[in-house]
Write a protein that binds this ligand. Structure first.
Ligand SMILES: Cc1cc2nc3c(=O)[nH]c(=O)nc-3n(C[C@H](O)[C@H](O)[C@H](O)COP(=O)(O)OP(=O)(O)OC[C@H]3O[C@@H](n4cnc5c(N)ncnc54)[C@H](O)[C@@H]3O)c2cc1C
Length: 403
């Protein structure tokens, strides 16, 4: 068996990257009982983003012992409203999704990323079969029987399977020779959190403006996180406002449904893009999270997809190891591509389409969008299907059973 360094024994699994997906993948893979090494520098979480964790993401975080550590810091999402605020001639009627309609107590829970990551870090530190190299990976060299991972500080290991959770500029993706198609959207998301004078009633409200959505997502108490997508110059202008002015601008954008708003803490901006790698796995390396898919923050799908990547991979690897197999084999890599490919491709396509239809000035697109949303809003079975598919891909299990 090839061991590039000649000195380092081959171990089963290494995970590169300590964002939410890397931490979740490392914990889930370590739950199989196999030794897992996480190569990730411990750094304080800096931005104020929150994540609306939907449906199966909560079940997964519960299964890996994370949800119990942060559930009390989250806010339930029971109703989702989509409001056409384009001011155009043809506007869609409001669409209102309620979790009761599909027999759930909540669609999911919104939590600040820094609190979710703290819970993931705590759980990772409790896992006996998880070791950590507190450093960045500087070199990833695939070989026939193992991948050599070299940390910046010089520490090395060889792993049969490397899980690349190293985000947008993924070194793992480059090492696996996987090309990526990248498209800048010419939009920027401004994020900040607010407290407000009227209750949110567990309702997330998405205003669709001609330059992108502006969404108010419940946080515990009378607070919301705001993701406001607009043109880069407009996002820069909003971001430069003082707290009181930004609070007033947010209240205006929300048509005062949450009353007066006070901005809490800092604000951050995120230029938006769509990234599609040509494959999800090659050369004993699989990609998960933003290394595998980048989409704009519409419908709260990004990290939810990343958690499904981690969950599905852990399942495939557990099955393989139970049969005494090689977790970096072509079979496992092909199984991962089958299990995640369709979900990632279809969601990226749908979110891209939803975003394009919103910002397009092309006249025929507007009635089509209004009719589509109108149908979803008014036809019960279609609305329920949209709600279930928003939570997780229900068709996927049936499809996998057929393969
Ligand atoms: C404004 C906004 C709002 C969002 N809201 C939601 C939402 O409500 N719901 C949702 O599901 N998703 C949401 N998302 C998407 C979500 O934030 C991302 O999908 C998620 O953060 C991706 O996590 P990740 O772990 O894949 O990547 P990252 O968080 O980027 O983590 C990658 C990690 O890898 C590390 N790394 C990089 N290179 C190396 C290396 N060479 N060696 C070791 N480590 C390395 C980095 O330091 C980083 O810690 C939102 C995104 C934006 C921009």
């Amino acid at each position: 068996m090839s061991d590039h360094s000649g000195r380092h024994p081959v171990q089963p699994i290494a995970v590169v990257g300590g964002g939410p997906v890397g931490l979740a993948a490392a914990i889930a893979l370590a739950s199989t009982g196999e030794n897992v090494t996480l190569v990730a520098r411990k750094v304080p979480y800096v931005d104020n983003r929150t994540t609306a964790l939907l449906g199966k993401s909560i079940d997964f975080l519960d299964d890996i012992g994370v949800w119990r550590l942060c559930a009390d810091k989250s806010a339930a999402l029971k109703v989702m409203r989509l409001i056409d605020d384009t001011g155009r001639l043809v506007r869609a009627p409001e669409v209102r999704f309620s979790c009761e309609e599909i027999g759930r107590a909540a669609f999911g829970y919104n939590i600040e990323n820094r609190l979710l990551i703290a819970a993931l870090e705590q759980r990772a530190s409790e896992c006996a079969s998880l070791t950590r190299i507190d450093d960045d990976a500087a070199g990833i060299i695939p070989g026939d029987a193992a991948v050599n991972v070299i940390a910046k500080g010089g520490q090395q290991l060889n792993a049969r399977l490397v899980v690349g959770c190293d985000g947008r500029h993924s070194l793992c993706r480059e090492a696996a020779d996987i090309a990526v198609e990248r498209r800048d959207l010419g939009q920027t998301a401004l994020t900040f959190n607010v407290s407000h004078t009227r209750p949110h009633r567990d309702t997330s409200t998405e205003f669709h403006t001609p330059s992108g959505p502006c969404v108010f997502v419940p946080l515990p108490d009378q607070r919301c996180s705001v993701v406001w997508v607009s043109r880069p110059d407009e996002a820069a202008r909003l971001s430069a406002l003082g707290d009181a002015e930004l609070g007033r601008a947010a209240e205006r954008q929300a048509h005062s449904i949450l009353g007066a708003m006070s901005v809490e803490g800092a604000r951050f901006t995120f230029p938006l893009s769509i990234e599609r790698p040509a494959r999800l796995a090659a050369k004993r390396i699989v990609l998960a999270g933003e290394a595998a898919h980048v989409i704009p923050p519409i419908g709260a799908q990004g990290l939810n997809m990343g958690l499904r990547d981690a969950s599905d991979l852990a399942e495939l690897v557990a099955e393989c190891l139970a049969l005494g197999g090689d977790p970096g084999s072509d079979d496992v890599l092909a199984g991962y591509q089958r299990s995640r490919g369709a979900d990632i491709a279809s969601r990226t396509f749908a979110i891209d389409l939803a975003n394009r239809s919103l910002i397009s000035d092309f006249l025929p697109v507007q009635p089509a969008r209004a009719i589509g949303l109108g149908l979803i809003g008014s036809i019960g079975p279609l609305r329920r299907l949209a709600m279930r598919e928003g939570l997780s891909p229900s068709w996927r299990n049936n499809l996998l059973r057929m393969m």
